[in-house]
Design a protein around this ligand. Structure first.
Ligand SMILES: [Zn+2]
Ligand SMILES: [Zn+2]
Length: 170
């Protein structure tokens, strides 16, 4: 299990990742703010993302308006926590978005570029946001089976996740 206090070295670009404290969840996420814009989640952290309204705005604020280096997402990545080879998984066959997953410690790495792929698949903001949310939650092992009226209402007041996917990849 990852120790939140350890510095995580970005598995995509080798930069030190920045700890971003999320008050709503009481955890730190690791964000590659000086390198590629990727986000590292350890297993325990992912389990916290079980409600669509949970707010990780601080991550958005760290990433917003920055330019990130391009990384080769086909390259094999090594888990920065436990040293195992990470496995590329399609989180959705339809959208061809792959993430790197560590079966050793349960860590997951999401490229900033992968968010952009999600972004570019849809004609409307609403459609894209809805599917991107579903995508990100499926990453977290949470299946959103239906978008209810209640959920649509929440979408009018975008959660961190919707705002995150609206960030422009440069
Ligand atoms: Zn990076
Ligand atoms: Zn690992």
């Amino acid at each position: 299990m990852a120790d939140n206090k350890d510095v995580i070295i970005c598995p995509a670009c080798g930069c030190e990742m920045e700890k971003v404290f999320i008050p709503d969840l009481g955890i730190n996420l690791d964000v590659c703010s000086k390198g590629c814009g990727g986000i590292w989640f350890d297993n325990r952290e992912f389990k916290k993302f079980d409600e669509p309204h949970e707010d990780i705005t601080p991550v958005v604020e760290v990433l917003e308006g920055k330019e990130f280096k391009n990384v080769d997402d086909d390259k094999l990545r090594i888990c920065p926590v436990c040293g195992m080879n990470m496995v590329k998984n399609n989180v959705s066959a339809k959208h061809e978005v792959t993430i790197d997953e560590c079966y050793g410690c349960g860590g997951k790495f999401l490229d900033f570029k992968e968010l952009d792929k999600i972004r570019s698949q849809y004609n409307t903001e609403e459609e894209r946001a809805a599917d991107a949310i579903r995508e990100l939650y499926s990453l977290a092992g949470v299946e959103l089976t239906a978008f209810t009226d209640e959920y649509e209402k929440r979408m009018e007041n975008p959660s961190m996740l919707t705002r995150l996917i609206k960030l422009k990849y440069k």
